[in-house]
Structure formats: C-alpha cells, structure tokens
Design a protein around this ligand. Structure first.
Ligand code: AMP
Ligand code: ZN
Length: 469
C-alpha cells in the first residue's frame, strides 16, 4: 500500500497513517444535531470527511464509517447550561422532538446525497444508545472521576491529568477566569455534565431513568459511548469541525480514556470553517444558506462540491456568490473538456503505463494530507495534455473521480459538435428528477430537450449520451 500522511491534531503534525488492523480503518465522525437544517458550512465538514474516506478507499482500505445523529442532550450553551437544542426546536415548530428529529434527519440525508457524499456504514442515534451511555457514566463513577451536583453528574477534570492534551488547553489560565465567570456547583471550570437531571417538577419529552435520577445524557457522552460500541475502545480516526477541538473532543477523550485506561483515538482530523463576509456561518443565527436554496438559485450541488474542492480542508473558505460562480464556470469548462474526450475516445477506456504513471502522481497529491485541489489541478493537466490519448484520459477521469466525486462519469459525450450549456443544465435537472424517482418530470425534461433538437440516450451506470437530431 502507498503511504498516506494525515495532519493529526493530537501532536499538531503530519503523520504517516498506520491503521490498527491492516487493510481496515475505523472512522467516527460527529454528525448533525437535528434541530434545524444543515447549512452549507456544516456540509463543508461532511464533505471533508467524505474526501478522507474516499482517499482511504482509493488506497485500498475497507472503511467502517460511523456517524451519529444527535437527537438529545446538546444544550444551547457549551457550558452545560440552558435548554436542550432539540426541546427548544420542538417548541419553536410545534412538533414533538421525535417528529423534529425525523424531519431534519431526512433533510440532512437529502443534502449529503445531493453532494455525492458516500453514506456511512452506520448512522447511530443518541436516543437508541442510552444504555451504553449510562454504562460509560457508571464506569467513570466506579473509577472515581465523577461527582454529583443539584442538576446532574459531572466529570471531575482535575482527576484526569491529561485533560486538554488535544486542544493544548491552558488549564491554569482557564482557572483564573473561573473567579469572574464561575458561579454554579462545578468544581473546576472545565468540568462537564455526564448526566443531567430533568428539572424539578417538569417532564421532558426525552428523559430516561438512571442510577442517579431521571434525566438525559450530556452531549459528549454519546460520541464516546457510541464510537467505542461500534469501533472498539481504541480506533483509528475521529473527525469533526475545528470548533469541536477545545470542548467536545477534549471531553470525549477524557471520558473514554478515564474509563478504559487506553488511548481512545489515534488520529484526530479537523476541518476548518466556511465563513461568510459577516463571520462564521452558524445554525444558531437562524439565518443561513442551505444547499436547497443554492439549487433554487440555479446552482447544482456539484458546483458547490467543485467550490469546496479548490481549498485545502485545513484552510478557511470565504463563501461569496462570486466565488461560487467562478467554481461553476470551472466545472462547466471541465465538463466541456470531458465531453470532447468522450466523443474522441468513442467511450473506449484505455489503461496503460501512462495512466499508471498519472495515477501514482494523483495518489501522491491526495495522500499528502488530502491535497485534492492539487489532484484537481492534475486532472486539468491530463485533459489539456497532447501526449495522452482520449481513451487514457477517459480512464483517468473516471479514476480520479472516485476521490473528487464530481459525477464526471455522467458527463455526456459531445457527439454532434458543441452542445449548448442549456442542454447540459436540462440533463442535470433530469438526473436529479430521476434520483428523486420523479420519472414523469424526467420524461418531460427529455421532451423539452428533444424540442431543442437533442436526443438523450440512457446508458448503463447512470451515464447518458446526447445526439443532435
Ligand atoms: P452541528 O450540527 O451544529 O453539531 O454541526 C455539525 C458539524 O458542522 C460539526 O462537525 C461542526 O464542527 C461543523 N460546522 C459547524 N459550523 C461550521 C462552519 N461554518 N463551517 C464548517 N463546519 C462547520
Ligand atoms: Zn461528537
């Protein structure tokens, strides 16, 4: 196998990736809290994780990929105070928490499917794994890491000497802050809730009995408990957005390692944020851009994917519609080139020494901490080269797209000269209609295309061919 280098937040350096079990990777990614739609910033995180997974698969690994759905316990403040985001959302929308969770989970899965993000091996919901979460808190209690306050059971971070190693936290600095901002019964500023009690005299929609009283698990507990349940006490990779480093992932490590006495995760990978002109894009701002809104404005999900591909996952991206337009133009130009290659190759794919050479150049880019923008640049180089035959180009387009995920195998061949952009757009709409199983709409679009002078022929693997009539 080729060497893969990944930037490990734990240690802050690029390290060679060596899995625990040869040929196999266990990977856990923090998923959405389903109290609202995902915004395009959230989707950037899932896109980066998709690239990581595709790179591992491209290199020949089997990946067991677990993603959680948070449907309880995530409070509006990271300080274990305030309302549960789910219960708050349920009041806002007049739905039960279950209805709310199901609705936003569906919307989320639709978004990631549109973005061509590969489905995880398993989705796991916090509310389906309460027993395991109580088990983890019991384990911590038995080992002396917990204490009880009037509102819950807390983790005593002063008892875990390695606390904050991921985030390189300055605990003493934080403790100084304590005098000013610290008012509840927590012993240390960094202590966090493992189990919260339902408020006195109130019945929550989501609550369970536990050895400490009726209530619900703290948000961090779900990820430690479920990742270890599905991947073992020590596993290979854990990912999320950079905002998770100082609190959520730091606490996940403390809980897991305090209980098992073993290293929890070997490689921690974090994706940088998508920002807007006015700063960080955030769900709690109630005003954010979603993928379906982008589609309504006439962009395709692949335009956004191409936009994301142009920047390394550890760099911030500023989102503007001008930048998105530039990405759309780039993708359209790429599709035009590919159309031409298809036509010239007559859809014959050729594998040769040259393709092997380019494949290894591509591997070198993507294995260097997921440098897919360089991989994309290499695809452009291939398409422009006079020394590579159309058949070889077609092989490389399909091969690189296993990682880029731009659905390039669906770009139709330009059989009869230049095909107008409008026709490509109709074909993309038809593809989406077919994916949603709206065949009546797909047929109507085919008729529209015919009126405009082109015939669409469906081929295997979702490919289409266009003929001028
Ligand atoms: P949430 O649903 O709020 O728990 O967030 C889901 C994922 O999106 C987490 O991994 C966050 O770190 C990530 N995330 C939140 N905001 C952004 C942003 N503006 N850009 C990129 N990722 C984000
Ligand atoms: Zn998590």
């Amino acid at each position: 196998m080729n060497k893969i280098f990944l930037y490990n937040t734990l240690g802050r350096e690029k390290q060679e990736f060596v899995p625990i079990n040869e040929g196999n990777v266990g990977m856990y990614c923090c998923g959405p809290t389903v109290y609202n739609y995902a915004h395009i910033g959230n989707l950037r995180s899932y896109f980066f994780e998709d690239i990581l997974k595709r790179v591992l698969i491209y290199n020949g690994y089997d990946v067991t990929h677990i993603v959680n759905i948070t449907d309880v316990g995530h409070l509006v403040s990271d300080d274990d105070e305030g309302e549960d985001k789910m219960e708050k959302g349920s009041k806002r929308e007049g739905k039960t928490v279950r209805e709310l969770a199901d609705f936003y989970e569906k919307a989320f899965i639709k978004d990631i499917t549109d973005l061509n993000i590969l489905s995880p091996t398993k989705w796991c919901k916090a509310t389906d794994n309460i027993k395991e979460q109580i088990g983890l808190v019991e384990c911590l209690e038995k080992k002396g890491f917990t204490y009880k306050t009037s509102d819950g059971v807390y983790f005593d971070t002063s008892k875990f000497p390695d606390y904050g190693k991921l985030a390189l936290l300055d605990i003493e600095g934080l403790e100084e802050g304590r005098r000013i901002s610290f008012s509840n019964e927590k012993k240390n500023k960094t202590d966090f809730a493992l189990w919260k009690f339902s408020p006195e005299g109130q019945k929550r929609q989501m609550e369970w009995d536990s050895p400490w009283g009726t209530g619900f698990p703290g948000w961090h507990v779900e990820c430690s408990a479920m990742s270890m349940k599905f991947l073992g006490n020590t596993f290979d990779i854990h990912c999320g957005g950079v905002d998770h480093i100082p609190i959520h992932h730091t606490n996940e490590i403390a809980q897991a390692e305090a209980c098992t006495g073993k290293q929890f995760v070997r490689y921690w990978l974090h994706g940088e944020f998508l920002i807007e002109e006015k700063g960080k894009m955030s769900k709690s701002k109630e005003e954010f851009l979603r993928l379906p809104v982008m589609i309504e404005k006439g962009y395709s999900p692949m335009d956004y994917r191409y936009f994301l591909l142009m920047t390394h996952y550890r760099k911030k991206i500023k989102f503007t519609f001008e930048n998105l337009d530039a990405a759309r133009n780039g993708l359209n130009n790429l599709k035009d080139k590919i159309s031409e290659v298809r036509k010239l190759s007559e859809d014959k794919i050729v594998q040769s020494e040259k393709t092997t050479e380019y494949k290894s150049k591509f591997t070198e880019c993507i294995n260097d901490d997921l440098n897919v923008s360089e991989g994309l640049a290499l695809l452009w180089e291939v398409l422009k080269s006079d020394n590579i035959t159309p058949g070889e180009k077609l092989f490389l387009i399909n091969d690189f797209d296993r990682v880029l995920g731009l659905r390039l195998n669906e770009v139709p061949a330009a059989i009869a000269g230049e095909i107008p952009q409008e026709i490509f757009e109709l074909i993309e709409k038809r593809r989406q209609a077919k994916q949603l199983r709206d065949f009546a709409l797909a047929d109507r679009i085919r008729d529209d295309i015919k009126v405009k002078g082109y015939e669409v022929l469906d081929k295997k693997g979702g490919e289409v061919e266009i003929k001028k009539i």
